[in-house]
Write a protein that binds this ligand. Structure first.
Ligand code: ZN
Length: 415
């Protein structure tokens, strides 16, 4: 055994939240410190799972009040005499676990550690569910989970072969059945001989003592992470989405309290939509499709109307006017370009179209038949914040701090 090995308290009891330990080392690293302890409950980032977080409580005099029996100590015993430092990351190298903390702590200090239990239990729910899912995929379809990622926001699994939607739904149902059955999850440390005789997932990757996590009827897998005691604690597993990935499939799942939070958010949104549309949930999708088509048709009609209006405006400009500027509330870029081209055929000066208003700013296109439109852009940049560029024939861009009055005055100054 490595003499720097950290005793992994989370291996023995996945449900312990608080522990005491002796600080073995403290080294500055980056803008904080990396500390090692003789033992820890903080699960390090490993196997695709993010690290535990929490706090370390440091007694003012470097000694815990009841250091005789370390298992009986709780930080609350002497809360006032403790200072608290947060553990922001936990990494493992070999058998040593490093905790990242913002402040240095003296070697030899007896500390009390407290993990963020909500965060840990949430990870346990996701991870145990992943085992049942991967074990079921392996048993039914023969594919391996070749990439597992468990972060605060997402849980993904990458399988070595393609699964179709009905197969994924089938596995989802089986995992939920395993949850209803409330199967006990056990951890064992088999001997080398027992390992050779047992069939389990993730057999190759592990050196040294194997830790087997068994979910009877569903999965046996080598794993070092904390798991829930019984499958019922997972609550629910829902497949959120899936896509083809590297010759296989990537599946996003959500379990436990995360699934409840998502269901709440989605239900709130559906309830709001249902009230807005005065429709039951199941008819909202169809109504949105209708609205999308309606908007598409209206945009087409609006574009035609814009063009007609713009034509009318252009035809009302005296033909002998050299420099022309038109201000439109809204116009798409293609129509603006077409209109500027038409104007430059009739008027020899700077022909500009500005779409927008004083508050929101303007998008613009300026053209000139014989001359340099970039000169007009330079003049514009003197009176407002305008970004843009282009060729001598045409420039385009956007402007803020521009008022309709200033714009019209600028064009008058070109005459
Ligand atoms: Zn695992």
């Amino acid at each position: 055994m490595d003499k720097n090995a950290t005793e992994k308290l989370y291996d023995k009891d996945a449900y312990a939240r608080e522990f005491t330990a002796r600080l073995e080392s403290c080294e500055p690293e980056g803008d904080g410190f990396l500390i090692t302890l003789d033992r820890t409950l903080f699960f390090p980032e490993s196997g695709g799972q993010t690290a535990d977080r929490g706090v370390i409580l440091v007694p003012a005099d470097g000694k815990l009040s009841k250091s005789i029996d370390r298992n009986e100590i709780h930080a609350s015993d002497a809360q006032a005499d403790y200072s608290s430092v947060s553990v922001t990351d936990v990494q493992i190298e070999g058998e040593t676990i490093y905790h990242r903390v913002p402040a240095g702590i003296a070697v030899g200090t007896e500390i009390c550690g407290r993990i963020d239990w909500d965060h840990r239990f949430d990870n346990m729910q996701q991870h145990s569910a992943e085992h049942i899912f991967s074990g079921t995929v392996h048993r039914l379809y023969g594919y391996d989970n070749v990439g597992f990622h468990l972060s605060d926001n997402t849980v993904t699994m990458d399988f070595s072969g393609v699964l179709e939607e009905d197969q994924i739904r089938n596995v989802e149902s089986i995992v939920n059945r395993a949850i209803y059955e409330n199967v006990e999850i056990t951890v064992s440390y088999p001997s080398k001989d027992e390992c050779d005789r047992t069939d389990f997932r993730c057999k190759k990757e592990i050196e040294g003592q194997i830790r087997l996590v068994t979910i009877p009827g569903y999965d046996v897998c080598a794993c070092c992470a904390p798991h829930v005691h019984r499958t019922g604690e997972i609550g629910i597993l829902k497949v959120q989405s899936f896509q083809r990935y590297k010759g296989g499939v990537r599946i996003h799942i959500i379990c436990g309290s995360r699934a409840l939070r998502l269901f709440r958010a989605e239900n709130d949104l559906m309830t709001k939509l249902s009230m807005d549309f005065s429709l039951p949930f199941e008819e909202i999708g169809g109504r949105i499709d209708e609205l999308k088509e309606e908007i598409y048709n209206l945009k087409g009609r609006l574009r035609e109307a814009d063009l007609k209006l713009s034509e009318i405006k252009r035809s009302s400009i005296p033909v002998d006017q050299e420099n022309v500027v038109l201000i439109e509330e809204d116009m798409d870029a293609a129509t603006m370009r077409k209109s500027v081209n038409e104007l430059t055929e009739l008027h020899p000066g700077y022909c500009g179209i500005f779409a927008g208003n004083d508050e929101a700013g303007y998008r613009f296109i300026i053209g000139i038949k014989n001359g340099d439109a970039r000169e007009a852009l330079k003049a514009l940049q003197k009176i407002c914040s305008a970004k843009g560029g282009g060729s001598p024939q045409m420039v385009q861009g956007s402007a803020t701090d521009l008022t309709e009055t200033n714009l019209k005055d600028l064009w008058k100054s070109f005459d």
